[in-house]
Ligand binder design. Structure first.
Ligand code: KG4
Ligand code: ZN
Length: 345
């Protein structure tokens, strides 16, 4: 089976072609970062306009290297959410048109499931049976969750953030420090050589009934961190930004690692750990995970950098890894309606 994947949930326009057994034939991504940078974050209207302009070009780029071209495809997979409604609508619209034109089934995909299955995209990636059950930190600009993956399609969310996402905390912290959007990579760069012990930021690992009710047993919280850095910067106007960045980055990553460590101590059957999503590019987080895996004698799986941030290869991978029977009816073009009942468990 050969699948054309489409992703447009936020500020990346992407298309990719994958076939089974899982192999990436092409993956094209057009980033809009520059368009949004002057505003310090993603502007939905700008994003929608940029998707509209980029989609035809990205589609062409994705199909060009594929032998057999459009006629060799068996299905179209498209991100249906979560994401910005206006951005999603453009991808869904283009996907619907393409599916009708080629008379192919259209498969709606959950963006976060795409991130989880990005774990299997590298040419030398292990098979799901070798990896699962695994504990995965799903860390993006919009979501933070600790997920137990038993197999592709079988997920259990053990914890999620009760407020901001880890990436959002990095982006907002970066903005307060005067760094450009998106802030995660900028903080990582600035933090090099900084003293992570210079500021004590709170550990975003809330306890108590309310936190458990809202975020599960391994709930995360990052809004306090954001407030702390604001106060810290106000109180220390001439302080070292390098040290602050190092301490802030360490606080975000330690909060993620703490929850993972706790879950590992309670889950004896876990074969491996991993991080996926944009924040998974972070070297401090990767080093922490590698260390944790070493301590527990289990595997640490990494995702190539290009597949950490939003891409369409991870979207096309979902039906292939799940061995889904493509639904014959294209979904109605309404991401909000489509999202209902399709949240990760
Ligand atoms: O997965 P992604 O591309 O988009 C969403 O689905 O949200 O993740 C984007 C997030 C942003 O918050 C960005 O600051 C963060 O990933 N990010 C990083 C790094 N590179 C990107 N965070 C930490 N370290 C990095 N090197
Ligand atoms: Zn994403």
């Amino acid at each position: 089976m050969r699948v054309f994947g489409i992703e447009s949930s936020c500020d990346e326009t992407a298309a990719a072609v994958l076939e089974s057994p899982l192999r990436v034939l092409s993956s094209a991504v057009a980033s809009q970062i520059q368009a949004h940078q002057p505003y310090g974050g993603v502007v939905p209207e700008l994003a929608a306009r940029a998707h509209l302009q980029a989609l035809p070009r990205v589609f062409e780029e994705a199909i060009r290297p594929v032998q057999g071209g459009w006629q060799s495809l068996d299905a179209i997979a498209v991100t249906q959410g979560p994401g910005l409604s206006s951005s999603l609508l453009l991808g869904l619209g283009a996907a619907t048109a393409l599916a009708r034109r080629l008379n192919l089934p259209l498969i709606p995909v959950h963006h976060m499931e795409g991130h989880l299955l990005s774990l299997f995209l590298a040419p030398n990636a292990p098979a799901p049976e070798e990896v699962c059950p695994a504990l995965i930190l799903l860390v993006t600009g919009g979501h933070t969750a600790l997920v137990r993956m038993n197999a592709p399609g079988e997920y259990e969310v053990l914890g999620r953030s009760i407020d901001d996402a880890a990436g959002e905390a990095l982006d907002k912290g970066a903005r307060l420090m005067g760094l450009p959007y998106p802030g995660g990579a900028e903080i990582e760069k600035l933090a090099l050589g900084g003293d992570a012990a210079s500021v004590q930021f709170p550990l975003g690992a809330p306890d108590g009934e309310e936190a458990v009710r809202r975020g599960g047993r391994y709930a995360f919280s990052f809004s306090g961190l954001k407030t702390s850095i604001r106060y810290h910067l106000q109180k220390n106007p001439g302080g070292s930004l390098r040290d602050t960045a190092a301490a802030y980055q360490a606080a975000v990553m330690n909060s993620l690692l703490t929850r993972l460590r706790q879950a590992l101590e309670n889950g004896t059957d876990i074969k491996g750990i991993a991080c996926v999503g944009g924040v998974a590019k972070n070297q401090l987080l990767r080093r922490g995970l590698a260390e944790l895996a070493g301590q527990h004698g289990i595997n640490f799986h990494t995702v190539p950098m290009a597949y950490c941030t939003d891409n369409a290869a991870m979207i096309a991978a979902v039906p292939l890894l799940r061995k889904l029977q493509p639904a014959q009816t294209p979904p109605a073009v309404n991401p909000n309606l489509l999202l209902q009942g399709l949240q990760l468990r």
